[in-house]
Design a protein around this ligand. Structure first.
Ligand code: PMP
Length: 454
């Protein structure tokens, strides 16, 4: 094995392109698209090695809720490092894992009473799917092997999570490897009929769901949704009535409800959890991303006593849940999550977000009548602009034209990280962002959109 030091005469980017394979990237793109070498981050800003700085308008893939290197999380992590780094969570426990489970149960919708840890969002979804299936098996209902997912939904890219994902970009290539979910039409308000309110569209989609359940409930373990906002599918938003109605249908047909709040949890939609806005408790609540304030990978699946009880038996009954990740309940990550919850507890985060999101909405209103904008939508600290060739017909720009990429490149020129999802330009800033920084990111986006549609 070579032990030669890194060739110091090469730039970090050149060294990177020689050895690193990046996620969600056609590596060839980097022959023309710049790679940013970031050496430091603070608050909403990323500082590059060339002295430039960039506003993190997408919170580093939606993980970073309070800004980078929040002093409270940094101090907690330093303290934790001096005590305990990581141990396996089988046969052992530690203070951060227990305290975090206690605190999550305290703040989560009522009735969730057990926490299973994993280490990223996709793994949390795998856990929820397996746990739901296994619950029914332990209950003597082994025929419940299928899942209902929504069109346009995204739940991660491991094989199980990708199976319940309906975003063609991520799914199509791997389709032969995946299990087939039962797909229900999304309540996405953008897809409603002309003149139909988000609420009416939600009601209509609940009728579709009822029909699906009438046909399939006997073979369905759970329905999985991203409550209020289907994020990776294009920041598509739906009325809270849908989530409320879904809970009622799940109860009526004895099917589990899995709420994937990996992206929308931790204040993103205006409440700590999106499910609160529908006043419901899911059977499984998947959390990750903002859970550690965007510092370390960690995820958690919260469930209820009834689910836990279905696995609790003498060893010989063979009912135990079978799922293990080496880094389950990592002590450092749990500590970062505890500090994150403490910040929510001690600071008026949600109230301050209301002011920020109102400002963001006001600034984006300028785009509402743009000839190439079919929709400007917002739920709390998520806002999105749907670019189209023609707003009257909603004719889309072909994906191959990569209009969103032009917005991204313009953003870089202006020192703002905007990373459109296809033709959807969106904003998901850390909550420490100022109104002036919101102005900067909206200005950069509006200019970028003008260039992209020209
Ligand atoms: N579910 C949702 C709703 C997500 O947005 C994501 C990530 N974008 C995931 C699951 C997967 O999380 P991870 O990338 O940590 O695997």
């Amino acid at each position: 094995m070579s032990t030669a030091p890194a060739p110091q005469n090469l730039s970090l980017v050149a060294r990177d392109l020689g050895v690193v394979w990046h996620p969600c990237t056609q590596m060839h793109d980097h022959e023309t698209i710049p790679m940013l070498a970031i050496e430091r981050a603070e608050g909403a800003w990323l500082h590059a090695t060339d002295g430039r700085r960039y506003l993190d308008a997408v919170s580093s893939w939606w993980t970073n809720v309070f800004g980078h290197r929040h002093p409270r999380i940094v101090a907690g992590l330093k303290d934790q490092l001096d005590r305990l780094d990581h141990i396996m969570l089988a046969g052992m426990t530690h203070e951060p894992a227990v305290s975090l489970a206690e605190k999550l149960i305290e703040v989560a919708p009522a009735g969730l009473s057990r926490v299973f840890y994993a280490d990223n969002g996709s793994s949390a979804v795998e856990v929820a799917l397996k746990m739901s299936f296994h619950y029914w098996r332990n209950q003597g209902r082994p025929a419940r092997t299928r899942f209902i997912a929504l069109s346009g939904g995204y739940h991660g890219e491991t094989i199980g999570a990708l199976s319940v994902t309906d975003v063609a970009l991520y799914r199509a290539t791997y389709a032969p490897l995946l299990f087939a979910p039962i797909l229900a039409p999304s309540p996405d308000a953008y897809l409603g009929a002309i003149g139909e309110s988000a609420r009416d569209h939600a009601a209509r989609r609940l009728l579709d769901m009822r029909a699906l359940l009438q046909r399939h409930a006997h073979e369905v373990a759970a329905i999985i949704i991203e409550p209020l906002v289907q994020c990776a599918g294009g920041m598509r938003m739906h009325h809270a009535d849908y989530v409320r109605g879904l809970r009622a249908l799940c109860d009526e047909f004895s099917v589990h409800l899995i709420a994937d709040e990996i992206a929308v949890g931790f204040g993103r939609t205006g409440s700590l959890f999106a499910c609160e806005q529908a006043s419901i408790t899911p059977d499984f609540l998947c959390l990750s991303k903002g859970l550690t304030g965007g510092t370390l990978p960690l995820s958690a699946v919260l469930t209820n006593d009834a689910v836990h009880a279905a696995f609790y038996a003498e060893y010989s009954a063979g009912k135990a849940f079978l799922h293990s990740h080496s880094y389950t309940g990592n002590a450092l990550a749990c500590r970062a999550a505890l500090e994150t919850l403490a910040i929510f507890n001690e600071q008026p985060v949600l109230a301050s977000n209301r002011t920020l999101s109102a400002h963001l909405g006001k600034r984006l209103a300028a785009l509402a009548d743009h000839a190439n904008v079919a929709d400007v939508r917002q739920t709390g600290m998520i806002a999105a602009v749907e670019l189209v060739r023609d707003r009257r017909t909603r004719e889309e720009f072909p994906a191959a034209e990569r209009r969103g990429l032009r917005v991204y490149l313009h953003g870089l020129e202006r020192g703002v990280i905007l990373r459109p999802l296809g033709n959807v330009v969106y904003f998901m800033p850390p909550y420490c962002v100022s109104t002036a920084e919101i102005d900067l990111m909206v200005d950069a986006a509006i200019e970028g959109i003008e260039r992209a549609v020209a």
